[in-house]
Design a protein around this ligand. Structure first.
Ligand code: ADP
Ligand code: X2W
Length: 295
């Protein structure tokens, strides 16, 4: 019994330097569709973010909902289609995507509010946050898929200043004020860069990055930007990991200090990464700060 109490105290003390280090620092959490299917996991993720907020961090959630959008597109009698990891978004698909993402957004707000922290759910349309232009991928027209051209973080900074937890879904306007669907990883990176986040953490459905995918022995705990660029050039990242890594590289070049790719299926992965000496997942750092795995 006494040992158990001591162990708990040790865990709290282990967290102290990290709480000091990240006090008032911005951390962007990209919460992806693959890791938000299970209600219990969802609750654990939200509890972690709420805890980060209550101990003095300034977390921002940027979320996806790709799996949910596909489910509703199928229910509407259409077939979900992707090119290079991006959803082909015609007008009816856009309508469904916006409905689903707004619904996911408000359900996350509700969960945070229930835990006693005030959250505000917005999309890239609010406060002129995300401006886009139509995205063409490999010469293919993807419909209403947006490529971010401008980020105006004022609305987020104002919310943080007033102590709200911003929760953002990836939809934006083009110059004609038409709505566009944005890949949530792109939105998280662009936002993390614009607000000069200390950390950007991707919660996804794999342990992190593998040199050879599905070969558990080839797990990569740390990479520098240069190593990540070499890895991408080698062709070892495929599927959703390719745009994710490309985005990570960009965010680090734009000044984000550390990017983490974490397994959102592990309960409390965010707390384990941030508050313990072990660190989990893959950490990608700028070349000049390539120290130990966890900081
Ligand atoms: N080298 C690799 N290491 C890890 N995952 C990889 C690798 N290459 C491809 N992947 C794939 O990338 C996926 C994660 O990206 P994605 O499906 O877009 O996640 P999310 O929906 O959370 O944004 C993994 O589930 C895995 O199938
Ligand atoms: C253009 C594009 O592909 N948009 C994504 C937006 C949601 C998303 O990215 O969700 P995850 O992070 O859960 O994958 C989509 O429609 O699926």
């Amino acid at each position: 019994m006494e040992q158990e109490i001591m162990r708990k105290a040790e865990v709290l003390i282990e967290a102290l330097p990290y709480i000091q280090k990240f006090n008032r620092k911005i951390i962007v959490v990209k919460y992806g569709g693959s890791a938000m299917l299970d209600e219990q996991l969802k609750e654990n993720v939200i509890k972690d973010v709420v805890l980060l907020k209550l101990v003095g961090f300034k977390p921002i959630i940027v979320h996806g909902g790709g799996k949910d959008i596909s489910k509703w597109v199928s229910k509407a009698g259409m077939e979900p289609k992707f090119i290079n990891g991006l959803r082909v978004t015609d007008a009816p698909t856009m309508e469904i995507a916006e409905m689903v993402l707004n619904r996911v957004n408000k359900s996350l707000v509700q969960m945070v509010e229930k835990l006693g922290v005030h959250a505000v759910g917005i999309s890239g349309k609010d406060g002129g946050l995300l401006k886009v232009q139509k995205r063409i991928s490999g010469g293919k027209d993807l419909g209403f898929v947006g490529e971010i051209t401008e980020v105006n973080p004022k609305v987020i900074m104002d919310l943080l200043e007033k102590d709200f937890l911003p929760i953002i879904c990836p939809i934006g306007y083009d110059d004609n004020y038409d709505s566009y669907n944005i890949n949530a990883d792109d939105a998280a990176c662009a936002i993390a860069s614009a607000v000069h986040a200390e950390k950007l953490a991707f919660l996804t459905d794999t342990e992190g990055v593998f040199r050879v995918f599905e070969d558990k022995d080839s797990f990569i705990p740390t990479m520098t930007v240069t190593e990540a660029e070499e890895f991408v050039a080698s062709g070892a990242a495929t599927g959703g990991m390719l745009p994710k890594l490309t985005n990570c590289i960009q965010a680090l070049k734009d000044g984000v200090s550390r990017v983490h790719i974490l397994d959102g299926r592990i309960a409390h992965c965010l707390l384990l990464e941030i508050f313990t000496n072990r660190g989990i997942g893959t950490a990608i750092t700028s070349d000049h700060s390539a120290e130990e795995h966890h900081e």
